[in-house]
Design a protein around this ligand. Sequence first.
Ligand SMILES: O=P(O)(O)O[C@@H]1C[C@H](O)[C@@H](CO)O1
Ligand SMILES: Nc1nc2[nH]cnc2c(=O)[nH]1
Length: 292
Amino acid sequence: MSTLIEAHPTVDPINYDDILNIVNHVRSQVTLTEEPKIGIICGSGLGDLAELLTERQVIPFTNIPGFPPTNVIGHKGNLVFGNLMGKFIVCLQGRFHPYEHNMNLALCAMPVRMMKEFGVRTLIISNAAGGVNSAFKWGDLMLIKDQLFLPGLAGFSPLVGINDPRMGPRFVSMHDAYDLSLRQLAHTVAHEQGIVLHQGIYVMSGGPQYESPAEVCMFKTVGADALGMSTCHEVTVARQCGIRVLGFSLITNIANQEADTAVEVSHEEVLVAAKEASERACKFVSGIVEKL
Ligand SMILES: O=P(O)(O)O[C@@H]1C[C@H](O)[C@@H](CO)O1
Ligand SMILES: Nc1nc2[nH]cnc2c(=O)[nH]1
């Protein structure tokens, strides 16, 4: 299968030189006086964080060669540089979901490879997810302890294909995907802010359909705490290129586990819950960035 991008047939997301060219193109549109050491990928509900940055430099995805359009409501589609809590950071205000882009996982994770080139060493990443753990309530935050990357296990990994060693190793250990010291820091911040912060296993399915109750029960059996459609491909690439990761989910709905009493799940419901959690999530991330 070709990894070339339909809209930009000259850009190949697994070609390191193509990624360098895109990075240089972005550099030509901004003034970077220092390297952003922290990168943030804003999932549903965290997009407002990018508006909090001072001395913002905003590049719409449409101005970045090789970037496909973002079609999911709730994802703005900007690359934003600026200061947060005294730190210079780069922020992805919106992301690419594999279900939007023919399961081209390398394309969807390309912004992480770009972040690495900009100088990012720590990635904070969020998503909206359906709660499976019975302790979870609508609007709660869940720190991601580990992941079940279903597309990756099924052969849809962003690392599939020719591996240029400049991207990182061919075989990547995912034993420490979500950094322990960053998780400890996140718990400290949550405690200080009086935020309920669970911890659990995040499952990425291919989507875009939400799970049937039987599927939710299957995932629960294998250890799932929350279900989503993003994040794992980005984290896999981050680990390949040596970026440490802190991830968390906003629990936007409670996943159905019994067909006879199941209720409809909708993206609108996900967005309403994500918006409700937004202020708390932005404060949480700001608190973490302050301590990094
Ligand atoms: O980018 P995230 O993971 O926050 O987006 C969520 C998950 C699905 O893509 C979609 C489902 O409502 O929104
Ligand atoms: N797969 C999946 N993704 C979600 N994103 C928000 N809620 C859900 C959910 O219940 N399942």
